[in-house]
Design a protein around this ligand. Sequence first.
Ligand SMILES: [Fe+2]
Length: 187
Amino acid sequence: MVGETRRLLIISDIHSNILGLEAVLKDAEQYGPYTDKLCAGDIIGYNANPAECIEKIISENFTAVAGNHDRVGRGDKVSDFNWLAEYAIEKTQKELKSKHINYLQSLEKIYVDPTMKFLLTHGSFGKGREDCYIFHEQDAFGVMQRRLDFNNDTSEGVIIRIPLGIVGHTHIPLYASGLFQKIKVAY
Ligand SMILES: [Fe+2]
């Protein structure tokens, strides 16, 4: 709708921590209501409650993308997975039923909002760079430019107009804004 104000609730890297997820959602209530609930991936991995976390994300109507742990959990091959993450994912897979795997398989690596106001992915923009980390302004500068080649189906002319990129993966809150030559970063 033209002129509609969007209020986004953005979470990421839940990593099977249902107590943490419930606490965050409870805390977020005071800032709502939200027009969009977004999860930038890694619903599962590491902690004890992957099935409960997936069910909560579904029941709360989040739009989610597939993180590296979600992709391994559903059976994809992902490079650069550390021993602890691998150990945890074996435990995780034993907890998941087919409905959970089906949900993980339904997740894309990138979500482009229909209004073209924002796009959401787990680690970084750019084809083959979805598991890269954004820690510094140089990283943010590079990846915002790489929005262009993320996806073969999306033409340059469409993607370049999307002003906001949302990612997770680092477990560190970071906001980078400004023109490409003058990006400011705040933690
Ligand atoms: Fe991740």
